[in-house]
Ligand binder design. Sequence first.
Ligand code: NAD
Length: 492
Amino acid sequence: MATATPLLNYINGQWYPSESKDTLEVRNPATADLLNYVPLGTVGDVHRATEAAARAFVTWRRVPATERIQYLFKLKILLETHLDELCRLITLECGKTLTESRGEWQRAIENVEVACGIPLLMQGYNSEDIARGIDEIMIRQPLGVTAIIAPFNFPGMIPFWFLPYAIACGNTVVIKPSEKVPLTMQRTLELLAETGLPAGVVNLVNGAKTVVDAILEHPTIRAISFVGSSPVAKYVYGKAATHGKRVQCQGGAKNPIIIFPDADPNLTPKIAADSAFGCAGQRCLAASLAVTVGEARDWFIDAMTDVAETRIVGDGLNPEVQMGPVITPQSQARIEQLIEQGIAEGATPVVDGRHPQISGYEQGNFIRPTLLTNVQPDSILAQTEIFGPVLGIVEVDRLETALEWVNGGQWGNMACIFTQSGAIARQFRYEAEAGNIGINIGVAAPMAFFPFSGWKESFFGDLHGQGKHAVEFFTQTKVVVERWFEDWSRSF
Ligand code: NAD
């Protein structure tokens, strides 16, 4: 699959080489096989894409919403027709299992479906006779050129938290995929082109920091949707705001799950393991701290040990595999180092997944599920987003102490509780300082018609991705106050 020619940028309906000769290798994280080269795009690449998007906006915003969504209906069919190929692509470059890739595309397609409701979702409102003979109307209009900057862990889904809404609302788009997983969006835009979408409505520039900075500074770009780690999210938020842009930045996470003694002892460990070890722990909604309350520790730790030890780890393309590799050798080394430091700070490794032997995949970036107890409140394991298949376990005796673990950290992406008690669940739902709450759910990922609601350091901005928030984000309101004087010259 590797070619000597680096990937191309998609600008004004055509595929062009980047101005840059600098490239990065794109490798399969399970095998280290070279898949392709991604160019490290330039300021000039961004300018070219933005100019194309600005030109396209002039006519695209005048296309009725009912016509704009016809391209999305076609895209949905194309994505479904090519689903196997698209899932394989995600697994190849990102490492997750084919089942996980399929789940990811399902979520992406759901966003296309919701955005097809734009003629209704984008409606304004009006009041007749705000004073005698005067009416007031609120209209939603598109912003212009918008940009999407994506992380590596959901190469298909995350751009779709924004893209379908942006274009359905009449905006044009410049996308910068993660340089670690550029192949999925490349193929997706080939399919988007097959819908007949007018040139320039969606453009793609490959690259890394230089491209991001050029997007943040470009005067024509009106709005930026970013997803990635919290330090970069904070940087993008600040810089984009300085340049007068509307901005939504979804950041990192450290997600706690509380296990109450009355939780279902059979299902809870399975659900918790899927949350902690699914996608090799590289989900922003991965459980990374389990807080057991009272005697829940007795059955939870034993059951989790069993699940962690028996999870089948390997190449995500193998249908029997339950967990793939992490994204890069650097990521693997970082996770292993965090485990090391956590143990040095007093944590006990119940299952240590470092340096596994995966026969035939010696070059892959594998870590097996890892379980640590005795995690200390101010230790690295409690304070850092690990973004790997590592679950720390903390034992407490009361809900209030568990809530201190939930609310004490800097992040607020997700918090979950496992219990059969409605009263406990309600108190948790009420008190937990996180934007996505799970009750007997391990990955509380909102459907496309709900906002993906991070709080605290997990989100910078006001309006989140998906659903009605996306429609508000990708439109600006215009209020018209109007009065018509009686026309005395009228002869009819
Ligand atoms: P990342 O922050 O390294 O990269 C995200 C994007 O920013 C990429 O496109 C990258 O090219 C760019 N970038 C990286 N460093 C930059 C810099 N210094 N200046 C400008 N741009 C830069 O994130 P990642 O490793 O690709 O993704 C994993 C992170 O994303 C995790 O922290 C995860 O929690 C987070 N994430 C959050 C959500 C959410 O909804 N909150 C969803 C998915 C992933």
